[in-house]
Design a protein around this ligand. Structure first.
Ligand code: AMP
Length: 271
């Protein structure tokens, strides 16, 4: 497995691979890898890519002031071992200095799908995401990139960006990987105390009950509150346009963002 800390070196390597006809897959992550991330690498393997590049970069431009950029968990050694084990052929693990010039001044803004949901609560977040993903597509020259459905809005925005900016990249979205308890895996779960983790289970439990029609959409807020969670948003949207729907029906997506303690968690389900 090749390890690149430098974008120019990775791009040079990848261009020579492409001249030999290799198909390149990219799996962008912020590291502190768990089985959700590893499922994306495994998905990339099924896409018949010759090279699977995992990027590990805690991207400063997608964090808002006061968020957890400084304390975001990092474990380079364990991440590299997991990538190797899962079948990555290269890892790009740059420093912020390698990714952003001191006077970096070009950003990519999606202006429709990123208005609501997390975009409304985390101003500038998706601008940071679109900008870094654009850079990663250019550095990696990926033919295909795999994203997780856990970040539903992010995946929708990336697909839109690729469509509207004509990136020659196919976007594949992989299902949410959960703990046995139902909790959606996340690097941020490491922040949770036992009791906060227990409380957080209500998010996936409620979504499951909603899908099976055991509870109504209007019950979600009170259930989450009763479990000690602070609701950031609970919304039902059209699966493609992300436009809010008042009466969710089959095929719509219900998304939740809620705090357990100080940790902000997200999850979603298609009805
Ligand atoms: P992150 O490192 O949190 O930025 O996530 C990197 C990629 O992994 C994104 O495409 C996420 O949607 C995806 N991902 C994170 N958690 C999960 C999960 N539990 N199941 C599936 N994909 C995930």
């Amino acid at each position: 497995m090749n390890i690149f800390k430098n974008s120019a070196a990775l791009q040079k390597w990848v261009l020579s691979k492409k001249r030999q006809g290799s198909k390149i897959a990219l799996v962008p992550t912020m590291g502190y890898l768990h089985d959700g991330h590893l499922s994306l690498i495994k998905k990339a393997k099924t896409l018949k890519a010759d090279e699977i590049i995992v990027s590990i970069f805690v991207n400063p431009t997608q964090f808002c002031p006061g968020e957890d950029f400084e304390k975001y968990p990092r474990d380079e050694k364990a991440d590299l071992a997991k990538c190797r084990q899962a079948g990555a052929t290269a890892v790009y693990i740059p420093s912020a200095k390698d990714v952003y010039e001191k006077d970096h001044s070009v950003y990519v803004d999606e202006t429709r799908l990123s208005v609501g949901l997390c975009g409304a609560r985390r101003p500038g977040h998706f601008r940071g995401v679109c900008t870094v993903v654009t850079k990663l597509f250019n550095i990696s020259q990926a033919d295909v990139a795999v994203f997780g459905r856990k970040d539903y809005q992010q995946a929708a925005i990336i697909k839109r960006m690729v469509r509207d900016m004509n990136f020659p990249v196919k976007i594949v979205v992989a299902p949410i990987v959960r703990e046995k308890s139902g909790l959606a895996m996340s690097s941020r779960n490491t922040y949770l105390s036992e009791i906060e983790k227990e409380n957080a289970l209500e998010i996936s439990r409620s979504l499951r009950l909603l899908k099976s029609k055991a509870i109504k959409f209007s019950h979600l807020t009170s259930r989450l509150k009763a479990s000690g969670l602070k609701v950031d948003y609970i919304e039902a949207v059209n699966a493609d346009t992300l436009e809010k729907v008042a009466n969710p029906k089959k095929g719509d997506v219900v998304l939740i963002a809620a705090y357990s303690g100080k940790t902000r968690l997200i999850d979603n389900i298609t009805l």
